[in-house]
Design a protein around this ligand. Structure first.
Ligand code: NI
Length: 173
């Protein structure tokens, strides 16, 4: 397994629309393993392939306290979503240090393939439902800060560009 580098907003590659996974083979399973390792190392609850510059419809998640309930979603599609308004304070490994409230569906039912290429359906609510919607947005090239006001986005962009400059200056890049 290998740690992958995570793209940081406002990297243009985060706006790439991912293609469906054509076949769930060892290449995809290797990518899944690397994404889990990267997500756990970064202490995230979810990671979309887009964030590691791999543009196929693939998500890994683990919203459990114990960090021992990995979930893989390949070619996920939302089958049903609840309509009552629901807000959660979200963060993102691609926008480190930024947290803000976004309105989502509280409950969703998603259909996807597992790591063996078998179809399954997952019903989720609360944090897991939010995570699924957040990661599926990544696959469509959308980052959660794009739900925020223009003023907030402008501030976040400036903060991220400054942080990147500092990282480059300190030679951590
Ligand atoms: Ni994210």
């Amino acid at each position: 397994m290998a740690l992958l580098s995570i793209l940081c907003y406002p990297d243009e590659r985060l706006h790439t629309v991912a293609k469906p996974v054509a076949v769930v083979d060892d290449r995809i399973r290797r990518q899944i393993d690397d994404m889990f390792e990267t997500m756990y190392e970064a202490k995230g609850v979810g990671l979309a392939a887009t964030q590691v510059d791999f543009h196929e419809r693939l998500i890994v998640m683990d919203v459990s306290e114990e960090r021992n309930e990995p979930i893989v979603l390949i070619n996920p599609e939302i089958e049903w979503a609840s309509t009552e308004p629901f807000e959660w304070e979200e963060g993102c490994l691609s926008v480190p240090g930024v947290y803000d409230r976004v309105q989502r569906a509280e409950r969703v039912r998603v259909r996807a393939l597992d790591r063996d290429g078998q179809p399954f359906t997952l019903e989720a609510e609360g944090l897991m439902a939010v995570c699924i919607q957040h990661e599926m947005d990544h696959l469509m090239g959308k980052v959660f800060v794009e739900y925020l006001s223009l003023l907030k986005r402008t501030r976040i962009r400036a903060k991220m560009v400054k942080a990147r400059r500092e990282r480059e200056r300190d030679g951590e890049h």
